[in-house]
Design a protein around this ligand. Structure first.
Ligand SMILES: Cc1ncc(COP(=O)(O)O)c(C=O)c1O
Length: 476
């Protein structure tokens, strides 16, 4: 309470703030208790139900109290009211979406990022921008693209990275024909054509956000029984196009079948027809770290822009996306934020001018920590293990008399269903998830309803596969 009495004479808000000053004095204890709670949660996820299916005990409409309770009391409340109702999504059997966990080093980095709370806008007075630059160089190295040709920015996720891809692509296309979309608006480039075979849902959303229009793209055919771009169809469509501005969206790891486009062939077509090549490699970017899959992303270093994610397969906490481009100046044209109060003469990258946000979390730190702690080999070993786990589940499904594999997993996702109707399978998925032992999300592939098991967590082990198979067997 010293702070309160010392400052009471010149601070009108002192009564309201006394709890915060009190807490500052107790910070050591607060952090230890927070650490204990976090530690039991992280260690306990193996034994928790993988998802919480009834959170009716939590009342979102409860009014805010006038008087606070201090952090130790708030921590106790969080432990009782919130923690038991969470999903064990950092755990080894959460196979929904493409959900990474958190490595211990990334967790430590994330906590530090909160404690030091830099506003990671740029190089003014802090090394944070240089750390982000180093991390982006290391990410280029992991994905096999030359860091002297690519630069980038950390984003909130692949959705925003895809958005930056579209924005930079449209600006570049305009510059090729002498118009400036950044200055004069998208109306100066009416004949923009976007080509895509299997765009992720986030890309469709970004087509809307950019004003291009979610339906306004040329659908390229996929190879039969696959989500991979049919190169002959892309060639036919792009060569027949009269548009002065062309963007091709390619995939390095589609979300269902984990298909990879032939990026060399697509890059050749883009070069021939003056198109910008954007590659969505939200999780597939890291495939080449598995030497058995080294060819999957061949040609990616010819992309004009690349999307990836840290919070998926790199197992750093939310939120962390990655955007890389060979045309950083174009991105900076579109994203620059100028005001006299933002002006800086400091040497280094101004990340405020490279993305959607002005104020930004120090996302580079958890990435930096995990890469320093485990190195390239540590990251690669997670990729390999998860691919093996997807293959193991697929092998079990293939020989199971009541199950059917939708396609051979190329990477870390296994898609399957039980023999029977879509309706039966919907009910079965609900029963499997209700076991609390595993969580999978639904999908539709080849017109059929099925289950997606996406292995993206560093903690998943052989024992988990045994539990997962047992849960499916029990629910069948
Ligand atoms: C291929 C692909 N692109 C983009 C996204 C969107 O990622 P985020 O949720 O990080 O925005 C995903 C998410 O699963 C994805 O798999």
């Amino acid at each position: 309470m010293n702070h309160v009495s010392n400052r009471s004479s010149n601070s009108p808000n002192v009564d309201e703030r006394h709890l915060m000053f009190d807490d500052l004095e107790k910070l050591g204890r607060i952090l230890v208790e927070t650490g204990d709670i976090a530690h039991s949660f992280v260690q306990g996820v193996d034994d928790m139900d993988v998802t919480c299916r009834d959170f009716s005990a939590f009342d979102p409409s409860r009014p805010l109290q006038g008087q606070g309770r201090g952090t130790l009391d708030a921590l106790r409340a969080a432990k009782e009211e919130i923690l038991p109702l969470l999903a064990a999504s950092i755990g080894p059997r959460y196979l929904g979406f493409v959900t990474g966990g958190t490595t211990p080093a990334a967790l430590a980095g994330d906590w530090l990022a909160s404690a030091i709370d830099q506003n990671a806008t740029g190089p003014e007075g802090s090394v944070n921008a240089a750390v982000e630059e180093q991390v982006i160089n290391w990410l280029c190295d992991l994905g096999g693209v030359p860091s002297d040709r690519y630069d980038g920015v950390l984003t909130t996720g692949a959705t925003v990275s895809n958005l930056l891809g579209l924005v930079a692509a449209r600006q570049w296309c305009g510059e090729q024909v002498g118009v400036n979309v950044d200055a004069d608006g998208s109306g100066v480039l009416p004949d923009l054509e976007v080509f895509a075979a299997s765009p992720h849902a986030s890309m469709i959303k970004d087509l809307s956000i950019t004003g291009i229009g979610r339906n306004n793209f040329t659908k390229v055919a996929t190879k039969p029984g696959s989500e991979e771009t049919d190169i002959a169809d892309l060639k036919a469509k792009i060569s027949a196009s009269d548009a002065r501005a062309k963007i091709v969206i390619a995939s390095a790891g589609t979300v269902n079948a984990t298909d990879f486009d032939d990026l060399e062939a697509i890059a050749d077509l883009c070069a021939a027809y003056g198109a910008w090549l954007h590659v969505d490699a939200a999780f597939g970017f890291f495939a080449a770290l598995d030497d058995r899959r080294a060819d999957f992303t061949k040609g990616i270093a010819r992309a004009d822009s690349i999307t990836s994610d840290g919070h998926k397969w790199l197992n750093v906490p939310y939120d962390c996306g990655i955007f890389l481009t060979r045309h950083i100046a174009v991105l900076e044209t579109c994203c620059r934020a100028f005001a006299p109060y933002l002006d800086t003469k400091a040497d280094g990258n101004s990340y405020i001018n490279r993305g959607v946000e002005n104020s930004r979390r120090f996302r580079a730190l958890p990435l930096w920590m995990t890469m320093v702690a485990y190195g390239r080999d540590g990251v690669a070993s997670v990729i390999r293990a998860n691919c093996d786990q997807a293959a193991d589940l697929a092998a079990w499904v293939r020989t199971h008399e009541r199950l059917e594999l939708f396609s051979e997993p190329k990477l870390n996702v296994t898609m399957f269903a039980a023999r029977g109707s879509d309706e039966d399978n919907r009910a079965l998925l609900a029963r499997i998830n209700a076991t609390g032992k595993v969580f999978m999300t639904p999908t539709v592939y080849g017109g059929r309803f099925g289950f997606r098991a996406a292995f993206s967590n560093w903690r998943t082990c052989d024992d988990d596969l045994v539990i997962i198979k047992q849960a499916i067997e029990t629910a069948l």
